[in-house]
Design a protein around this ligand. Sequence first.
Ligand code: 4AD
Ligand code: MG
Length: 432
Amino acid sequence: MNRATPIAELDQHINDTVCIRGWVTHFRSSGKIHFLMVRDGTGEVQVVLRPGGDQPPQGEPEVGAFGIESSVEVWGHVHDDVRAPAGVELQATNVCLLGPSVDYPIQPKAHGVDFLLDHRHLWIRSPRQIAILRVRARIVHAIRQFLDDAGFVLADPPILTPAVAEGTTTLFGIDYFGQPAFLSQSGQLYMEALALALGRVYSFGPTFRAEKSKTRRHLMEFWMVEPEIAFCDFTENMVWQERLLAHVVEDVRIHCQEELNQLGRDVSALQRVSIPFPRITYDDAIVRLNQAGITIRWGEDLGAPHEAALAAMFDKPVFVTHFPEAIKAFYMQPDPARPEVVLASDLLAPEGYGEIIGGSERIYDLDLLLKRLKEHSMDAKDYSWYIDLRRYGSVPHSGFGMGLERVVAWICGLEHVRETIPFPRTLNRMWP
Ligand code: 4AD
Ligand code: MG
């Protein structure tokens, strides 16, 4: 196929004859003149078909010939048009119907969310979904750019794993030739091994959790970026997190203005995301919540309403630190001054989006790790390779995991994470 001109680049081709290819989003006729809106993934442009001109378009279309989402190839002249959204209009000399589309299921009216999710393979063509997917791609780009430039080496942990990383309640078990295995909940344990090989590493891939809860921020399959850093303590770990997130938000604000506009996102909230972010301890969080009339006892985990209430007390993302060890994972380093709390942080996003990053300093002392495994009723045999990391040149190290979909939901200002990933896997849905 010859190269078509991307619609987004048409404004560089004023008065040229070009070819575009895409899908019809709207078709109407006024007398003998036909108007088609055509989208190609880069943008949308109005195509005008005017029969009887100097070069009459071939194959004059019937009204209704171009159903919503039919695919077309259009040849035409690019005209400057300040009133058009794309700044240009295409005066067609030839329109060729490539793939007809009759009775397209998604119409320009309000559909229920179940209907849309059943038709997710088509729903992703709508302007809002396209905007979200473009922002998602930009966020991924910005994350990689930041980490690559900061000397982090991309290293991929396995997805098929023999042992638990983040608690037994959310495991997807599979049969590995007669051996029990699990889909990875987090690559962290492997990233720790890789950090001791390469210094600063990160992974970026799908992770899986059989979350039995139906909430607006849980997916069964989600993407996580997991940096892991040798010779890094808990405090420096938070500095990496805030620098990464501030970079991502700024990058999206600069490069996705059209998309954020399409989504109706109030960008003033994003403009405030400058470093440093505030830090409060879990102790302080409990006091603040109770003062605000939200009853919670020391030792209880923070739920979504707690996180939302805390985040509302700040106008930027906020770190909550020093959680009780009993509610956190086995690998977290206890605070030497107060061993009942761990050197861990959750980063809470503003506007009720809740925890978007979880991070901690890791236990690097062999005996302490063995003790913690026992306390968590975990079998040291299952973690012998992980324990080895504390036998051969152990060093203080820290890392964190940032959930991509939650970041996309927050930056785009979405109600629910199901729109942040092309094909969401939720509690009751694995279709399409
Ligand atoms: O806080 P979590 O469970 O931390 C870990 O898995 C660590 N091992 C990461 C690390 O230190 N390398 O998960 C990290 C982040 C959460 O803050 C959240 O953004 C996201 O992953 N997340 C989910 N996102 C969507 N759906 C779910 N079910 C999620 N569970 C966690
Ligand atoms: Mg967490």
